[in-house]
Design a protein around this ligand. Structure first.
Ligand code: RB5
Length: 147
């Protein structure tokens, strides 16, 4: 199950990616927003991020105008490693090296075609599990616990 969330700036991109997930028969839960009406991205980042850290959803896809605001908000939720990116290399590496659990995309930055490509890479790439990456992620968790 994939958690989905967006603000108005990412709404149309979210809908395009959802259509693709439907085609791939990948299950998701859409935490909103559900229209183009102006809203606040932190609200939807929190809803979707909570579903990921609780284990209800294994990963999440978030969308706002740039992908940046919603990624900053999601990363405030303990246990979230959200990556804002617009290129294929980062989408793959953030799974391999960072075991990122949320991908954040900008509706004013990437096309629907690009977003679908990035979401597919993100969802289909497994964490490498290599010792140095496990160690570095543990350091991130430690940092999170100390502040
Ligand atoms: C909303 O206008 C916009 O600020 C938001 O979608 C996002 O880009 C913030 O980072």
């Amino acid at each position: 199950m994939i958690a989905i969330g967006c603000d108005h700036g990412g709404f149309e991109l979210k809908e395009a990616v959802k259509k693709h997930l439907d085609e791939r028969e990948i299950e998701y839960r859409d935490f909103g927003t559900y229209s183009l009406d102006s809203c606040d991205y932190a609200v939807y980042a929190e809803k979707a991020a909570k579903a990921v850290v609780s284990g209800e959803c294994e990963k999440g896809l978030l969308f706002c105008g740039t992908g940046v605001g919603i990624s900053i908000a999601a990363n405030k939720v303990k246990g979230i490693r959200a990556c804002c990116c617009s290129d294929k290399f980062s989408a793959e590496m953030t799974r391999l090296h960072n075991d990122a659990n949320m991908l954040c995309l900008g509706g004013r930055v990437v096309s629907a075609e690009k977003a679908i490509e990035l979401a597919d890479i993100f969802l289909d790439t497994q964490f490498s599990g290599e010792e140095r990456h496990v160690r570095r992620i543990a350091q991130i968790t430690d940092l999170e616990n100390r502040f």
